[in-house]
Design a protein around this ligand. Structure first.
Ligand SMILES: N[C@@H](CCC(=O)N[C@@H](CS)C(=O)NCC(=O)O)C(=O)O
Length: 230
């Protein structure tokens, strides 16, 4: 049974969706990032960057337990463990991995900043709002162009690049996106949203999530707590 340490956010959803797609038994442990659970020593022991998601697989590659943090590494691990959602052939594998890295290095961090400056920042800074809204629009454009030529982001088959990207696009409104500008991407988004495993994955811990706008959550995520040496 894979132990999953997570919360109902885009990076958490990636792992919940992958586990649902693969049909692997798993148990979820809620890490309430608005309440500061991510700074507990037992969580930091498996996720030193104090971020969800993390997993512990008691049955690792050498038969011993393995713990992993960083959602992209977890998706690659689960794809390797199950032999699913990442092509076997090297050309196809690297084609898919580059789109996974595009998600990890571009979509996640930039859309995260768009959410921050458009929704959470205590003051509206027009320069930052404009910069990250423009960047969101640009990134959606890159994906739209890719999907005009490719069935899925990672290539011909649905895989971990799609699983990693989809949860971030569910907040398109908060990123200032107009779907009319990205029709290929919208078709892909609707198709993935309708997959039964995806529908189950995004429901994991969804009942526990609260809007991150109360003072405690703001302090924990954006205030001094975040910068205490651990
Ligand atoms: N690159 C990391 C990012 C993880 C991440 O940003 N997680 C957020 C929730 S979506 C988090 O745990 N934030 C808590 C904090 O920053 O203290 C990954 O993909 O796993």
């Amino acid at each position: 049974m894979i132990e999953v340490y997570s919360w109902a956010t885009p990076n958490g959803h990636k792992v919940h969706i992958m586990l649902e797609e693969c049909g692997i038994p798993y148990r979820v442990h809620a890490v309430d990032i608005g309440a500061g659970d991510q700074f507990r020593p037992e969580f930091l022991a498996i996720s030193p960057n104090n971020k969800i998601p993390a997993i512990v697989d008691p049955d690792g590659p050498d038969g011993k337990a393995i713990s992993l943090f960083e959602s992209g590494a977890i998706l690659v691990y689960l794809a390797g463990k199950t032999g699913r959602f990442l092509p076997e052939d090297l050309r196809g594998r690297f084609e898919a991995l580059q789109w996974l890295m595009f998600q990890m290095g571009g979509i996640g961090p930039m859309l995260g900043q768009a959410h921050h400056f458009r929704i959470y920042a205590p003051e509206k800074i027009p320069y930052a709002v404009e910069r990250y809204t423009n960047e969101a629009h640009r990134l959606y454009g890159v994906m739209n162009k890719r999907l005009a030529k490719s069935r899925y982001l990672g290539g011909a088959d649905y895989g971990i690049a799609d699983i990693a990207t989809f949860p971030w696009l569910r907040s398109w409104k908060n990123q200032g996106i107009d779907w009319a500008d990205h029709p290929h991407l919208k078709g892909w988004f609707d198709e993935i949203a309708a997959r039964p495993a995806v529908r189950r994955g995004v429901e994991v811990l969804a009942d526990r999530r609260k809007p991150l706008v109360d003072d405690q959550a703001r302090e924990v995520l954006f205030g001094k707590t975040q910068y205490t040496a651990r």
